[in-house]
Ligand binder design. Sequence first.
Ligand SMILES: [Zn+2]
Length: 329
Amino acid sequence: MANVTREDFSVAAATNASAYRRVTIPVLRIEAGPGPAVALIAGVHGDEWEGQAAILDLWQQLPEILQRGTVYLLPAVNAEASLAGTRLSPSDGGNLNRAFLGEPARGYTESIAAALEARLLPRVQAMVDVHSGGASLRYLPSSVITRYGNDAYDERLPALARAFGLPDCVFFRGGEAGSMPAAASRHGVLRLSAEIGGGRETSQSLADSCRDGLLGCLAELGLLSRPESAHPAQDAQVRLYDLDTPAATLRARESGVFVPAVELGQSVAAQQPIGRLIEPARPNVPPRPLLSPQAGTVVCLRPIARSDDGDCLLQVAPALPLDSLASRY
Ligand SMILES: [Zn+2]
């Protein structure tokens, strides 16, 4: 039986209604002897539910099954945003994925980031940081590999993506020094992420697939035997989508009601109509056709109809073999 301790921390989050208010961030440390230390994190954006539900399940299950090493569980690392159901922190509007800016921390969101940099990242060798589309996007459930800056290619990354068990994997490049990938890179922490579901909803099946993916990653990292429920994907089965290229993202260029004509996972041709923007309250405004910016698979779709200039409506990229990942470095 593993040794289990709560390592919650709290940060100041003053509002006009509560001068000395603090918000508690729940952390569970599960230690099962020598071995690697791994952090499983969700809720960097408070409205992304699948990882939060999955890690909360592991809060109960993992102490019984962890065989080696140490795991830190943070099911709702931006607890204030999770409680409010919002992407950003209500008290200061901060985006935790842009808040790793070093000391001195200014306000609630940067204080969480500073605490993670001081207390957590120096103590772990790997992390899985689960995201989803949140309220305003919906993703084809995918593992995510983010290259920050000039990070060198690490062959453990495709192995972790396979261990997560999903047939789709998204590739991003990150250049913002305040992001979680940047902080992980500074600390030499191996980081896999995920984009699972989205919209204002979630489901048990998505949470279960996320939990199995996290267990698969812990098995890959040597902390437990591969669970029966985990099904590592074979190389040939994992499709890689590079969403970093400008042509991968279609944004609205004016306001309107987005009526998509495609679904997640659908293959589209370049310049294929993928939907339209309409303005029902102004019948004289003609529908504006929307065309796919490139050929590929629809990986991300906006689930909110009313849209405005600059909103991301769709992401599409060609499916590449996972073993082409090294060529992105
Ligand atoms: Zn997110």
